[in-house]
Each structure stands twice: as C-alpha cells, then as structure tokens.
Ligand binder design. Structure first.
Ligand SMILES: [Zn+2]
Length: 433
C-alpha cells in the first residue's frame, strides 16, 4: 500500500510540471486506481514535445528521480475475463451419447470439471465434450464447470436412460425337481435396471449370488406334486419360468428298487413239472392271483401260452423247482427277474429310489410243499400272488409280517393284498407305465 501511494504522488507531479509549467503534454495516461500490488508490469509514460526550446528528453527540468519512478510505473494486467459459449444447459442427451463443443473466451488459464460419464477433448478456442452411451435405464445428470481467474461458468447436463431391458438365463422351465430337497438352480439376470424383485413359490428359497440369484427347492413331503412360477420383475418388465417339483412316493418295501412292465403284460398257463398231488391246482390258484393283481394295479394281465408269456409260471416239487430254477435253496416260491432298464429316480420317504422297466421274460417257480404238509389252497394262492408281485415289480418285501409280500408267508396267508401293498406298486404303474 505504501508503494501504491507513491504512484499517485508521481503522476500528480508529472501532470503539473509538463502541462502547465514546462510545455509538455502527457499522453498514454492511465487510471492509477486499477493498479494492484500483486500483478505488476512495466508501463511507460510517453511525453509529447510541444515546445522546440525544450525538445530534448535530458533537458527536462524536473526531479529526475521522480521522473524515472514515473517511467517505470507499473500497472496490472487487465481484469480476468472468462465466458463460455454455449452456456445453456445441455439436457436431453441421447442414451447413445452426444457431443458438444464449448468455445471459451478468456485471458486466463482455466480448468474444466464434469461428470465421469463425460470426457473432454481440447480443441482450438475451447474444448469438446463427449457424453458416453448410458447403459442404464436410469437418467443421469451433473454439472460442467469452467473455472479460471476466480471466475466459474457452469451449466447443467443430463442424459436420458437407455430403454429398460431384462433377461434371465436359463429361462427354461425348471421341472421334475426331485421331491428330496436341496436341488438348486442359479439364474443369471441381465438388466440395465438398477434393481429387480423375484417372486416364487414358498417352497423355493432364494439367495443373491454374483450376477443373479440361486433357487433352492425344499423337500416335498407330500404324495402330490406341486408347481408354480418364478418371476423376475424390473421396472415393470417381467421374466418368468415355470417350476414343478415331483411328489414324494409312498413306499412299502424294504428294497430301494421297483419295476414295471410297459405294453402288454401276458401271463402264461402254468407248466407243471413232475407228478403233483391233486390238491396242487396251480391253474386255478394262478388265475386267482392274476385277478388279485389286476384289481390292485388297475391293469390287464393277458393270458398267453407258457412259452410266449412275459411272466412264466412253473410248478412242482421243491426238487423239481430247484432243478428248473437252478437255485438250490429251499424255497416255497421263487421269482427270477427279466431284463431291466433304469427309467427314473424317485423320492420315497426322503430316500432316492430307482425305477426299472422290465422287458423279456420273468420266471416264477411255485412248489407244492414238503410232504405230508402240503400247502393249502390259500397258501398256494398266496405263494403265486407273492411271486407274481415280484414279477410285476415289487423288488422287495413288505415290512408287515401279515402282508402277502412279507418275505416269509404265514400259514394263514390267502393272497389278500393290503392297501399299502397295492398302493406301493400301483403308483409306479400309474406314473410310469
Ligand atoms: Zn419274496
């Protein structure tokens, strides 16, 4: 401030000396008030000769020190200026992107700030802005600011969102989910919408994973299947697929396997080997046993010749049956299984079981008992029902000691099938045959 004060004094001296006393005029005058102490450049005061007698510079009769001071008087650069064009808001930028060139008129250096989705390239006279493609369905906005010399020029920018999109993978139906729980499916969600919701049946749990979500099926303990729909919704856009979970099978067997015949099932007329007592009327007992199973399974068993039947029945003494079957054990009845092909895994009592399709021929062997205790007619019927049950698909034994399919027949057995015995095999014929 002291220095600034001295400039004022000098100028006043010059004006008074040259204009009024010595005959010189001062040109290139300036406004002392624009000086600042911070930004000083040299400024020369020019003198115009108006009198020949005092034409020389050196002859100026003034305090030379003061004059030199005046000659080197400094002034500031002119004030900082900064304008931009266009300066209006840049709105409605297409989601695919756009550019705008800004002309900057200034006498100072400047900086530019902008949202991260806008990039700047310097061009002659200013810069060009390029708004990137907006991948999101959400609009976005911000501010571009040009700052220099303490001046800031700003305008707002906004870009519309891309068309909302949603896709899921896989999008195929998720069916035949095992009744036993913990089956999972991971869904990848591709969307430009910030968030989405998942609706699903209550027996499916959902958890977020990277890029989507994972569904886990709970165990279906019911003997009926269940189904529903999984729907992913984002911004009103749905993507869905169907889900269905198998039922839990009813199981009444000590085995894990079960079989069935498809197509025509024929049972041959029994072939009696060797001499048998008159009470061993296997033809009638086999016929009764077939009727019992046809009723239990709701299917037809067609009569056939012994040779051509899918299920062949042999009858005779234990020795003959051992010889015919090749099995040397003591048995009342025996069943040899035909060819089998795996067709399904099913859940029963929360255990996975295997379902087989039978083909070819099955052989059943019935003995007439050890003398003198021949089987009764009821026992023979029960024997045929039991072995025919194996031949038709019961590949295990019923757990109840009184059941016809119990592994050891009671003397009181007559071939009656309990509800559970019938249900165990019938559900297989109903579902797979
Ligand atoms: Zn058995």
């Amino acid at each position: 401030m002291r220095k600034k004060l001295s400039y004022v004094i000098v100028v006043v001296l010059i004006l008074s000396i040259f204009n009024n006393a010595a005959g010189y005029a001062v040109s290139n005058t300036f406004d002392i008030d624009q000086f600042s102490d911070d930004d000083i450049v040299a400024e020369t005061i020019w003198l115009t000769d108006t009198n020949e007698a005092f034409a020389t510079w050196d002859g100026i009769s003034m305090d030379s020190l003061q004059y030199e001071e005046a000659k080197t008087t400094s002034s500031t650069q002119s004030s900082a200026t900064l304008t931009i064009s266009p300066s209006t808001a840049w709105t409605g930028i297409s989601a695919t992107g756009a550019t705008r060139t800004i002309t900057v008129t200034t006498n100072v250096s400047y900086t530019v700030s902008m949202p991260t989705w806008i990039t700047r390239t310097n061009v002659t006279g200013g810069f060009r802005l390029e708004a990137a493609r907006n991948p999101s369905a959400a609009a976005r906005s911000g501010t571009v600011s040009v700052t220099g010399g303490g001046i800031t020029r700003s305008f707002s920018v906004s870009q519309v969102g891309a068309p909302p999109s949603l896709s899921i993978s896989p999008s195929t139906n998720w069916i035949n989910i095992p009744a036993i729980g913990n089956a999972t499916r991971t869904i990848t969600v591709t969307t430009n919408i910030p968030s989405y919701t998942v609706s699903r049946p209550s027996w499916l749990t959902v958890e977020n994973v990277s890029g989507g979500f994972r569904l886990t099926a709970q165990s279906n303990t019911a003997t009926t299947a269940r189904s529903g729909t999984v729907t992913v919704t984002a911004n009103g856009i749905p993507a869905s697929f169907s889900v269905s979970q198998n039922k839990q099978y009813f199981w009444y067997s000590d085995g894990n396997n079960v079989g069935f015949w498809s197509g025509i099932i024929s049972v041959g007329a029994p072939e009696i080997i060797g001499a048998v007592p008159p009470s061993f009327n296997l033809f009638n007992r086999a016929s009764e046993a077939q009727t019992i199973w046809m009723s239990a399974l709701g299917i037809a068993l067609y009569p056939n010749t012994h040779t051509n039947a899918s299920i062949q029945i042999f009858g005779g003494s234990l020795a003959e049956m051992q010889k015919e079957s090749g099995d040397s054990r003591d048995f009342a009845g025996l069943c040899s299984y035909p060819s089998m092909a795996t067709v399904a895994s099913i859940a029963a009592n929360n255990t996975m079981r295997t379902v087989y399709r039978f083909s070819g021929r099955s052989k059943t062997f019935i003995t007439y008992g050890i003398e003198p205790d021949y089987w009764t007619e009821d026992m023979i019927r029960a024997l045929v029902v039991h072995e025919l049950g194996h031949a038709l698909g019961s590949m295990g034994h019923a757990p109840n000691i009184n059941a016809t399919m119990y592994y050891k027949l009671q003397w009181t057995a007559n071939g009656t099938l309990s509800t559970n015995e019938a249900r165990h095999l019938r559900q297989i014929y109903d579902d797979f045959r």
